[in-house]
Design a protein around this ligand. Structure first.
Ligand code: PDD
Length: 286
């Protein structure tokens, strides 16, 4: 289905994406003043909806935007949008900005937030790319220190991602003060001696919805997992590196900065987590 034909939601009305319009004075456009979510939908069922909506509510309160909906109302809007769009597997994008106001950095008074939601077909990674694993590069993390907020101000992430495009890579893994933070649009995990490690949750990275999901899956699989500072050098001698995100699910990185990761092919921990993720999708979508 062409993107233009998809139905979206803007400030209380469902309408075709091609007809959706917002003011150029919207603070999302002027300042990047807003937050967002990307929620996966499999077989028309929303995956981990509560977790995504809880994070949306945390992001809104972190930037001082009053949530325009209750959690239950968000869920019915998401479900309605899924129903109005054709693909069985979709991603629902939600964006809430501080609203339309005369340009002034200070928060405006008496302005309603702008709520925009759209659906796009789930961008499944091909099995071929999964079995080859991804090529990634590293770069310094130059973003602001509130990366835990899922803010629409994504210039730092955009520039980091573009660096990977220019280097024929799929993602840019970010390093701050010699430590791994995350990648431009995904969380990063590494495996050494069968143990999985990921950086601790803090303001330097987004807590992906897959972070607590992988905690559950590793417990089921009996894989040891620790959240701790991960040094850049550890990435360079990891047996496996994994990325997680709503759209990538769990995927192995097999080349980092031109060097093979481990044996240069997806490893056993990544493969079993991918299988467990597929099972979780089957069981938990609602
Ligand atoms: N990005 N870190 C960053 C910077 C991200 O942008 C994302 C997801 C993640 C993983 O979070 P989750 O598991 O909740 O998807 C981590 C989405 C998919 C995006 O911006 O398109």
């Amino acid at each position: 289905m062409p993107m233009e034909a998809s139905e979206c939601y803007l400030n209380g009305t469902f309408q075709p994406l091609s007809q959706c319009q917002v003011s150029v004075l919207d603070r999302g456009f002027i300042f990047g003043d807003g937050v967002y979510e990307v929620i996966p939908v499999y077989g028309r069922r929303v995956f981990r909806a509560q977790d995504h909506l809880a994070r949306l509510s945390r992001s809104l309160s972190a930037v001082g935007i009053k949530s325009p909906q209750q959690a239950a109302d968000w869920l019915s809007l998401v479900r309605e949008l899924v129903a109005r769009n054709a693909p069985d597997d979709q991603c629902i994008y939600i964006q809430v900005t501080r609203g339309v106001a005369r340009r002034d950095h200070a928060f405006p008074h008496g302005v309603e937030p702008t709520v925009f939601m759209m659906s796009f077909p789930f961008p499944h990674l091909s099995m071929e790319r999964r079995s080859q694993g991804l090529v990634c590069i590293t770069a310094p993390d130059l973003r602001w220190r509130n990366a835990h907020i899922k803010s629409i101000s994504l210039l730092g992430n955009v520039l980091a991602r573009q660096l990977s495009v220019e280097n024929d890579a799929s993602e840019t893994i970010l390093i701050r003060d010699g430590l791994l933070t995350e990648a431009s649009a995904s969380n990063v995990w590494l495996v050494r001696n069968g143990r999985l490690a990921a950086p601790q949750r803090d303001h330097d990275k987004l807590e992906g919805i897959r972070v607590s999901l992988l905690e559950e899956l590793t417990a089921e699989l009996g894989v040891a997992l620790e959240f701790r500072p991960v040094a850049e050098w550890e990435l360079r001698c990891a047996d496996e590196i994994l990325l997680t995100s709503a759209t990538k699910e769990v995927v192995s990185v097999t080349t980092l900065d031109g060097e093979s990761v481990g044996a240069g092919r997806p490893g056993p921990v990544g493969q079993s987590l991918y299988q467990a993720y597929q099972e979780a999708k089957r069981l938990q979508s609602h």
